[in-house]
Design a protein around this ligand. Structure first.
Ligand SMILES: Nc1ncnc2c1ncn2[C@@H]1O[C@H](COP(=O)(O)OP(=O)(O)OP(=O)(O)O)[C@@H](O)[C@H]1O
Ligand SMILES: [Mg+2]
Length: 259
């Protein structure tokens, strides 16, 4: 299910402004890759190009290729909606649909895809997705209650269940724990470690300990100055990045000397 991502010579623009320059990287299936770097270096921008969410912003575009299992997501005959089904996304703030029940939230993506699904298949899918998101036991007796009635950490796991329910191959997460307390954060980190047996996961985080705990590979992005594009400085095994990075800028960032 999980898939390999190959990014080549990617330049990312907002209108005339080049926000990110010349990114190349390979992301292995069934692994967790963390993106770190100072604010404004383009982590979120780059993440959004991996499922074509970038171009929903007027004037935003990319040059270069993002291939998932060898197929360029930006190829002429590729449907962006199909791409977003294949590459799911979880956002910084948990965003369950407030008027929908827990159950309907899990099914929301599937219903958006216009899939007809029987009642019993829907019930199975809800259970499997909530179990994968480590939320089932906490909500199984109140599936018809609103998703907005859950705690922040539970809401984030509900959003992960919703993303998983459409059976994506890749899961992108943009600072998924930044609005959560430490206990909920640990629950999400445990979940990420479990999900990587089935998915290719990319997570943006400002928390160095979190990157060190959950990721196999870490990519450090940096910015030469205001108005300059962000760049990938280096990507390597997480242990290497945190113990002996190749670049001085990486060393400075992870040791808290700037950023
Ligand atoms: N919708 C947008 N329109 C124009 N410029 C944008 C837009 N979103 C981001 N940018 C610019 O692109 C650059 C990269 O921003 P981005 O949000 O990707 O950084 P980031 O690394 O995710 O930062 P943070 O750590 O603060 O989330 C910044 O200069 C930012 O101002
Ligand atoms: Mg960001």
């Amino acid at each position: 299910m999980a898939q390999r991502i190959d990014v080549k010579d990617l330049n990312i623009y907002y209108g005339d402004f080049k926000a990110v320059a010349d990114v190349g990287m390979a992301i292995e299936p069934r692994s967790v890759t963390a993106f770190i770097g100072p604010s404004g270096c383009g982590k979120s921008t780059f993440l959004r190009t991996l499922n074509r969410m970038h171009e929903v912003i007027p004037g935003a575009h990319v040059e270069g290729t993002v291939a998932v299992d060898g197929v360029d997501l930006y190829g002429a005959d590729v449907d962006p909606v199909a791409v977003r089904r294949q590459v799911g996304m979880v956002f910084q703030r948990p965003n369950p649909f407030p008027t929908m029940s827990i159950e309907e939230n899990v099914l929301a993506g599937v219903r958006l895809n216009n899939k007809r699904i029987s009642k019993s298949d829907a019930a199975d899918l809800v259970e499997v997705s909530l179990r994968s998101a480590n939320l089932w036991t906490e909500v199984k007796d109140r599936l018809n209650r609103p998703g907005s009635g859950l705690s922040g950490g539970q809401q984030q796991r509900l959003c992960i269940a919703r993303a998983i329910a459409v059976k994506p191959q890749v899961l992108l997460m943009d600072e998924p724990c930044s609005a959560l307390d430490p206990i909920s954060t640990l629950a999400i980190e445990d979940l990420i470690s479990e999900l990587k047996s089935a998915y290719t996961i990319v997570i943006v985080t400002h928390n160095m300990q979190q990157a060190a705990r959950v990721s196999d590979r870490t990519a450090f992005f940096n910015l030469a100055g205001v108005g300059q594009p962000g760049r990938l400085v280096e990507i390597d095994d997480t242990g290497t990045i945190f113990s002996s990075p190749r670049e001085q800028a990486t060393e400075d960032y992870i040791s808290g000397r700037f950023g």
